[in-house]
Design a protein around this ligand. Sequence first.
Ligand code: ARG
Length: 589
Amino acid sequence: MASVPSLASTLQQQLADALTAALPDAGTADPLLRRSDRADFQANGILALAKKLKGNPRELASQVTAALPAGDLIKDIEVSGPGFLNITLTDRAIVETLAARAADGDRLGVPPKAAPGTTVIDYAQPNVAKEMHVGHLRSAVIGDAMVQILEFTGENVVRRHHIGDWGTQFGMLIQYLFEHPDELRHEGDQADGEAAMSSLNRVYKASRVLFDSDEEFKARSRDRVVALQAGDPETLAHWQRFVDESKIYFYSVFDKLDMEIDDPDIVGESGYNDMLEETCRILEETGVAVRSEGALCVFFDDVKGPDGNPVPLIVKKTNGGYGYAATDLSAIRDRVRNLKADTLLYVVDARQSLHFKMVFETARRAGWLNDDVKAHQLAFGTVLGKDGKPFKTREGTTVRLEDLLDEAVERATAVVREKAEKVGLSEEEIVENGRYVGVGAVKYADLSTSAVRDYKFDLDQMVSLNGDTSVYLQYAYARIRSILRKAGDAKPAAHPELDLAPAERALGLHLDQFGAVLEEVAEGYEPHKLAAYLYQLASHLTTFYDQCQVLSDENPAEVVENRLFLVELTARTLHQGMKLLGIRTPERL
Ligand code: ARG
């Protein structure tokens, strides 16, 4: 593994050293380097520094320029405006740096973190015996991307699927199953997710009807909750059937999403049951939680209801029951103490932000979270329909995830089929690509806007070949692969001695930023910045094709090789970036 410093960071370092050399008393100063339209980079930091030292910025800029080391990096540097530096790099430096990236396999010169931590990430958390909805899609897609990205940076990642598998609603379901044992499918049935969900739905509806109409059934259901919490083996066995049946369904949806979820990582609310009492005891003994109207509560100065009265976090209800908060607090203890996490990341709907704010603050007061162990909610917004309202079917019910994915794949397959003959795809490839393009379209739409923003679910736009879509990126990749196949005996090879065309330089400079972008994405939990980077990469590639022929008889052999080298590195960067977002890049499209 070779760590390849980016051109920007090498330049930044040289400028910082030159600043120190020119102004030994200035301490460490930031040259404030950024990409620029006028040159490759512009350094703006000298202006502020000169002001601070009451010097002449243009003079200082010249001194810095003089103090820069001679070498192959900088082709041209000029003082401009009130004291900016415009810097152009040599073509050689660009190609040599990219060649070092290309020689570094899948890592593309991006070094793993020197001191990785442990992040527990809570994502893809559907609820037992319930249909998954688009909110669960977002958590799964964003969470999976963050897992891949963090792992790529070298972080230890522990996945936790905090499924809703506990609570009073199970009393009704289990009691119903006791009384109608044949209504849920039997184990050994084919692992068919849809059949599992429809049988769960049936039981759910039937038990609900009974619960609402039959007082005696209601009473028996309440007793059943007590038996469940007390760990009665027969009750637990019936509960387990709901969990198992639901998992068949969950897995079928995750499978459609082309996403790997492992059973040991599914630790639902029930998994913390044994800790709840202790969690409450500690909170009460330390005074973090207090009794209020019979419930155990935590209060916050800044959390008030519309009437101005404080709204507490309830960790134990008046009737002795534990809720969502007690479970989440126990999960924090488990993740910090047993999983040795130093970061807890929650990929959960923004509508639960108040809950997490109160839970995190409670955990801080209890000392479970502190400066070394931090929690963060990666909050996501709502998926909207074309009408701008929360996404629903025409009948006003929540959209079934499977239907939505099926439709995306269907549309995508039609798009793929249109070009299939020209590309020479077999029926099998059309089907496979249709799936990758359809699922990719849904994921990309979810990942390409900042998570916290709402977005419109618009399949027409998602599978469009033009614009900021995954299909556009997938075509960019496939086109490069096609060129590489057509290249015959000509092989990609870097030629640092060649002069680069403007479009080649722009592509190259963008390629070089991959590592820096990933670092930012991982730090801020912002996968949309990776999507934006990849889209820009594909756009640079499009401009490059417009201006530079790759396989032309008029090109000298070195130019062909160097251009093949550039597009091949672009393909590998696209492939790696898309993979981190959970999106496939078919070889032929
Ligand atoms: N199951 C919950 C839901 O469907 C999401 C769980 C989020 N994670 C957590 N630790 N509370 O809304």
